[in-house]
Design a protein around this ligand. Structure first.
Ligand SMILES: [Zn+2]
Length: 289
């Protein structure tokens, strides 16, 4: 989990398998995979205990109806209930050991949720409920622990769900723009975000590609702060406040992009929605000063 934290710090909410998760982690002089992409339930051969190390689902799953109030429903592997993968999953329940849940956000990208615990086991329905836990203890060596309080578990599930939606939104928007910033064309995937044109709490704020812009961290922040705006004719505008400000190398990063065309997605149907841009641009004009 410490190694996953490092990867998460490097890549953000979701982590690519290639160049990221495929590195695995070192353990007793060996390199151990984080997950097995060929099957959902994974227990490493070097483990002495019987419980699973991680589980995963692909980008299409879990659907929202597989998310219950205090956890995620995770199905057994097909076949015998006591088949080895199912035994490993059920042992994680019996022993209450922490596991990692890798949730697919786009093909070959996963959001790791950890620590997780198997909260309940239903061999008749052939499924378990997996719920997020927490870390307690010193900053340098916190120990994973289950959340005993129901309200805390529900809160953790809601948070995970929100982050999952954000990660999937990013997973749709950023590739639509050929994985570059729509303003400065920066291509560093680790610095690219999906910015909402209309905020997700407002009407029209759905997480669709047409309500998104692929922006680098700097331009995302500047867009959110109305320091840069995009007009419905797909032109980038920098606020007058910034344009009239003193020169400086950091400001050039923003000022240099005034009155340039936005880099659009290749596919026409992925292009930003002009009506949403208009709503947002009016606000920019009000605030840009
Ligand atoms: Zn940028």
């Amino acid at each position: 989990m410490a190694h996953l934290s490092i990867l998460a710090a490097e890549f953000g909410e979701d982590i690519p398998y290639v160049g990221g998760l495929e590195r695995g982690f070192p353990f007793r002089g060996r390199r151990i995979p984080f997950l097995n992409r060929q099957k959902g339930i994974y227990r490493s051969a070097v483990q002495t205990g019987p419980a699973a190390l991680s589980i995963h689902t692909s980008a299409k799953s879990p659907y929202d109806d597989e998310i219950v109030e205090d956890g995620f429903i995770y199905a057994y592997r097909a076949g015998d209930v006591n088949q080895s993968d199912n035994r490993a999953l059920r042992a994680a329940y019996e022993l209450q050991v922490p596991i990692v849940y890798f949730i697919g956000t786009r093909p070959s990208w996963y959001k790791p949720v950890f620590p997780c615990y198997v909260r309940s086991d239903d061999p008749v329905a052939r499924s378990v409920v997996v719920t997020p836990g927490t870390f307690v203890g010193p900053v340098d060596e916190p120990a994973p622990t289950p959340l005993e309080d129901l309200d805390e578990r529900r809160y953790a599930v809601r948070q995970t769900r929100v982050r999952l939606h954000q990660a999937r939104f990013r997973g749709r928007v950023v590739p639509a723009y050929s994985s570059q910033c729509a303003i400065c064309t920066l291509k560093e995937i680790r610095l690219l975000d999906a910015a909402h044109i209309v905020g997700d709490l407002e009407s029209g704020g759905e997480p669709t590609v047409r309500n998104g812009l692929s922006l680098c961290s700097t331009h995302h922040r500047a867009f959110d702060q109305s320091l840069v705006g995009v007009s419905p004719d797909y032109t980038v505008h920098v606020s007058r406040r910034l344009l009239e400000d003193e020169d400086g190398p950091m400001l050039d990063l923003l000022k240099g992009f005034h009155d340039i065309p936005l880099q659009l997605p290749v596919r026409e149907l992925d292009r930003p929605d002009r009506e949403r841009l208009e709503v947002r641009f009016e606000r920019f004009l009000e605030l840009a000063g």
